[in-house]
Design a protein around this ligand. Structure first.
Ligand SMILES: [Zn+2]
Length: 603
C-alpha cells in the first residue's frame, strides 16, 4: 500500500533553492562550535562581573547590554540546531544535537537567572534611572517591574529554571501520543483502502471532496484518538495544574491573571474577544456554513464536513514566480521599502519550501535577532499556500522591522499583538485578488478563501479552543479537577453554543480537545482573534483612507515599546472599546452576504 508519505522525497534529494539557508546563522560547523565555547565562557564572565554587583544604574545598563549579547548568541545556537529537526524528524543525529543544545542552554538560563532576580530586587528609583539614562531599555524595565511584584526567592527561581525542561514536558507527552504512538491504521470506502495518520487527517481528509471518504476518515480518526483520551487528559491536567501552582506561588489569586500578566492585557480584553465572537459572530458563521451546505448539495452539515471548499472545482495554482508578483502587487500599499524588505526572502533564502519525508506539517516563522528570519512551509503550489506564505512573511517583516528599531530585550511585542502583522498581510492578498477578479465565480472564490483561510482558522477554530480553555481554567481556579469525559463535555458544549442547529455534532466532535498543541501554551489561542481584530480594523481604516499605511509600518517597528492598548492606538485602533471587533464582524457579515449574492449570479 502506497501512502502519501511514501511518495514524498527524502530530505537529501531536495533541491538547494527550495531549502532555507542556515549558513546565514553560522557559516560552518566550526563557527557554531566556537560560538558555543565562547558562549559558555561569556556566561561565566557575566556571572563573575555582575552576580551580587548590580547596584548603580550605570552598572545595570552595562549588564543589560552584555545580557543582550549573550542572549542573541544563545538564540542563534538554538536556531541552528533546532531548525534542522523541523525539516526532518527522521534525522536522528539532528535530534541528538538539538537535545544536547537544549540541555546546555537550560544550564545557561539557570546560570543567568540571578540576573532576573537581582534586577527585580532593585529599587524602583534605580530602575527608573536606567529607563531615563538608557531609554532603549524602557520596555525591559517595564517587564522587570511587572515581574518584581510576583518574584520568588532567587534560589527558587534558579531551581525553576533548572527544572524547566521537565515542567515543559506535558506537551511532549501529548505530541508523542498523537504523532508517534497512535496507529491510525486505514479505512475503506467502496473497496478502496485509505491510509490514515494524524497529519493526513488534519491536512488532507478533513478537506476531502468526497463526503463518504471525509466522514469515514473522521470516524476512524476519532476512534483511534479516543483510545488515548485518558493518557492525554492526565498530561493536560498536570499542565494546567502546574500553571495554577506557579500562579499561586507567585501570588496570583487567579490563574487567568497569571497567564495574562506577560501579555500585559486585562481579563476584560481577554473575555471580550471570547464573549463577543461567541455571541455576535456565531450567527455570521452559521449563515456561511448553511450556504456552504446548500452550494455543495449536502444532506446535512456535520462536524466532519466543516472545512469543505465552497467551490472545489475552481482551483487556482500558483508558481513561486507568480507568488513573487502577487507579493509585489498586494503589499505595494505599504510602500517600496516594505516590499523590498520582504523580497529579500528569495536571494537570502529565508524560506524552506520543500515537501519531504519527516518534515513538520503546517508552517511557522522564526525571527532570529540580528540574523535573517526563517520560514517553514510545505509548498504545493495552491492559492491556499500563497495565503500561508503571506501570513508567515508578515511575521518575518514585523520581526525585521522591530529588530532594526529595538534592542533585543525590547523587540518582542506582546502575544496579544503577535498575529496582527501576519493576518493583515492575508487581508492585503484578499483585497488584491478581489480587485483583480474578472467574474462572479472568481470573486466568490476569493471571498470564500478569505473566510476559510483567514477567519475560520483564526477567528473560529482557535477561538473555540479559547472558549473551551476558559472553562477548563475556571474549574482549576475553583480548585476542581477534571477527567477525559469532563473535557469532552466542556468542548461539546462550546461547539453547540457556537454552531447551534447549523451543524450536526456527531460523535467524535467532543475529542477536539485532543487535537491542538496550543492547549499547552497558556492563553495563546484567543490571541489569534485579537491580532486579527486589530489587523481588520487597520485594514478597513486604510481602505477608506482614514489612516495612512505608514502608520501600520510604524506599528510593526514598535516591537515591545508599548503595552497592547497603546500599541494598537498607534495603529489607529482603539481596543479599549468593542468597536474594532464589531466593525470586523460587520465586514464579515457583508462579505458573506456578497458571497450569497454572487452564488445567485452564478446559477
Ligand atoms: Zn501566525
Amino acid at each position: 500500500m502506497k501512502t502519501v508519505e511514501d511518495q514524498l522525497q527524502h530530505r537529501s534529494s531536495v533541491k538547494e533553492e527550495l531549502k532555507w539557508d542556515l549558513s546565514a546563522i553560522f557559516n560552518t560547523e566550526n563557527e557554531y562550535s566556537q560560538a558555543l565555547t565562547d558562549l559558555l565562557k561569556d556566561v561565566e564572565g557575566f556571572v563573575n562581573q555582575y552576580d551580587g554587583k548590580l547596584n548603580r544604574s550605570s552598572k545595570v545598563i552595562e549588564a543589560i547590554k552584555d545580557y543582550e549579547k549573550i542572549s542573541a548568541v544563545a538564540s542563534h545556537i538554538s536556531q541552528y540546531k533546532f531548525l534542522p529537526v523541523t525539516v526532518d524528524i527522521t534525522d536522528s543525529q539532528a535530534q541528538e544535537e538539538s537535545r544536547y543544545v537544549s540541555n546546555v542552554l537550560a544550564g545557561v538560563n539557570a546560570k543567568l537567572s540571578f540576573f532576573h532576580s537581582q534586577m527585580e530586587d532593585l529599587d524602583e528609583s534605580v530602575l527608573d534611572k536606567v529607563s531615563e539614562e538608557a531609554p532603549e531599555f524602557k520596555p525591559f524595565i517595564r517587564l522587570v517591574k511587572t515581574a518584581k511584584k510576583n518574584r520568588l526567592h532567587p534560589k527558587a527561581e534558579e531551581t525553576l529554571a533548572m527544572l524547566n525542561p521537565v515542567l515543559d514536558s506535558f506537551s511532549d507527552i501529548f505530541e508523542q501520543a498523537r504523532l508517534a504512538d497512535a496507529d491510525f491504521g486505514s479505512f475503506e470506502v467502496n473497496g478502496t483502502v485509505y491510509p490514515l495518520s494524524f497529519v493526513l487527517y488534519e491536512e488532507t481528509y478533513m478537506y476531502h471532496e468526497d463526503k463518504a471518504v471525509r466522514r469515514a476518515a473522521y470516524d476512524q480518526f476519532n476512534k483511534v484518538l479516543g483510545q488515548y483520551k485518558n493518557s492525554i487528559a492526565t498530561a493536560y491536567y498536570n499542565q494546567v495544574q502546574k500553571e495554577k501552582t506557579l500562579a499561586t506561588m507567585r501570588g496570583f489569586d487567579s490563574v487567568f491573571d497569571y497567564l495574562l500578566a506577560d501579555q500585559e492585557v486585562s481579563q476584560e480584553l481577554y473575555n471580550r474577544q471570547i464573549d463577543t465572537i461567541m455571541s455576535d459572530f456565531a450567527p455570521v458563521m452559521r449563515k456561511y456554513i448553511t450556504h456552504l451546505k446548500g452550494v455543495n448539495g449536502l444532506d446535512k452539515m456535520t462536524y466532519a464536513d466543516l472545512k469543505i471548499d465552497l467551490d472545489p472545482e475552481y482551483t487556482a495554482s500558483v508558481s513561486i514566480e507568480e507568488f513573487k508578483g502577487m507579493l509585489d502587487d498586494a503589499l505595494s500599499v505599504l510602500g517600496t521599502d516594505y516590499v523590498n524588505l520582504i523580497n529579500r526572502a528569495f536571494p537570502e533564502r529565508w524560506i524552506d519550501f520543500a515537501q519531504n519525508k519527516g518534515k513538520e506539517s503546517g508552517a511557522f516563522c522564526s525571527p532570529t535577532y540580528g540574523k535573517q528570519p526563517f520560514i517553514l512551509v510545505n509548498w504545493s503550489g495552491q492559492l491556499a499556500d500563497a495565503y500561508t506564505l503571506f501570513h508567515e512573511l508578515g511575521h518575518a517583516g514585523q520581526g525585521l522591522l522591530s529588530n532594526e528599531k529595538n534592542t533585543l530585550t525590547g523587540s518582542d511585542p506582546s502575544l496579544y499583538l503577535i498575529e496582527a502583522p501576519s493576518t493583515f498581510n492575508e487581508l492585503l492578498l484578499t483585497d488584491h485578488l478581489r480587485n483583480k477578479a474578472e467574474d462572479p465565480r472568481m470573486e466568490r472564490n476569493v471571498i470564500s478563501l478569505m473566510i476559510s483561510q483567514t477567519y475560520f482558522h483564526n477567528f473560529v477554530t482557535h477561538l473555540l479552543e479559547a472558549a473551551y480553555q476558559r472553562e477548563v481554567y475556571r474549574l482549576i481556579d475553583a480548585g476542581k479537577s477534571f477527567d477525559a469525559a469532563k473535557l469532552g463535555e466542556l468542548k461539546r458544549r462550546v461547539l453547540e453554543d457556537f454552531w447551534g442547529d447549523s451543524v450536526e455534532l456527531e460523535e467524535g466532535a467532543e475529542l477536539t480537545w485532543m487535537r491542538q498543541s496550543h492547549y499547552y501554551m497558556g492563553l495563546y489561542p484567543y490571541t489569534y482573534s485579537a491580532g486579527l481584530t486589530i489587523a481588520t480594523q487597520a485594514f478597513l481604516n486604510i481602505r477608506t483612507g482614514e489612516m495612512d499605511a505608514t502608520g501600520w509600518v510604524d506599528f510593526l517597528a514598535m516591537g515591545g515599546q508599548k503595552v497592547p492598548v497603546d500599541a494598537a492606538k498607534a495603529a489607529g485602533v482603539d481596543i479599549t472599546t468593542d468597536k474594532p471587533l464589531q466593525d470586523t464582524i460587520q465586514y464579515l457579515d457583508e462579505s458573506v452576504d456578497r458571497m450569497i449574492e454572487l452564488t445567485q449570479l452564478i446559477k
